[in-house]
Design a protein around this ligand. Sequence first.
Ligand code: 5RP
Length: 281
Amino acid sequence: MSTSITTAATSSPTNLIEQSKRLAAFQSVTSHLLPFPNYTRIGIGSGSTVVYVVEAISTLLPATTLSTMAFYPTGAQSEELIEAAGFNLQYINKLPPGALLDVCFDGADEVDPALNLIKGGGACLWQEKIVATSSRKFVCVADFRKISPALGTQWTKGIPIEVLPLAANRVLGELERMGSINPKIRPGLPGKAGAIVTDNGMWIVDAPFKPLKVEGTSDREKGEWQVDELADALIKIPGVAEIGLFYGKNGKELREAEGGAQKPVEAYFGMEDGSVKVLSA
Ligand SMILES: O=C(CO)[C@H](O)[C@H](O)COP(=O)(O)O
């Protein structure tokens, strides 16, 4: 289902893309936090779009509501963001067994019509997946560039895969055998030698594949995959810690009460014309 909401551009950023991210962030927070002031545990993802989610929470929620809330980061960047906003910072490893976050907001690198996602452009995918699946609801916030007919169409750098460093070359070989086109270990800072190291001490391999089908036939001999098939195969490669495909059942199918969904219940996209497009599970 898709709806389009027109929102007055209240934002200060002059750049169209930044403005779109901010519009989507304000709309998502309005729809998922304002009607539910009883929510107490909020997951905060990583990347440039969640900066506006935190701004929206700061701006839109009354101080009395904010004082009852705890915020759970998905890595060092979002930890700093939560602290800088003056929010109550908590950690997912302290969440009691069986407890869930009420909602988690996070960005994405690419979103297909079934709300499968590519994430990990910022190398935070592992903690992002843990926080999303520890939430009753995962809400994706993005700009218009992330809308895609098939994963791998817009985000052509490849599927980010978090790997144990000593297994990286072995994983690269396995990916090539599966039809990935020139998979690579992601380098660290420009001008510096060595691979990027994640918050978990791992490396990232970026594995481009032909655009991934949501359903229908696929021919693996030609390197064609369906999202779920590829994800199931990638996660089984020894040395792979986590993959940047968020796939499977959505929150509505899995029941909000139980959490566990990698896919969002809704994705908000700030559009070029100042509207916000919402894709629902
Ligand atoms: O998955 C991520 C980081 O690992 C981010 O959510 C994704 O890269 C989107 O980032 P941005 O909001 O900056 O476009």
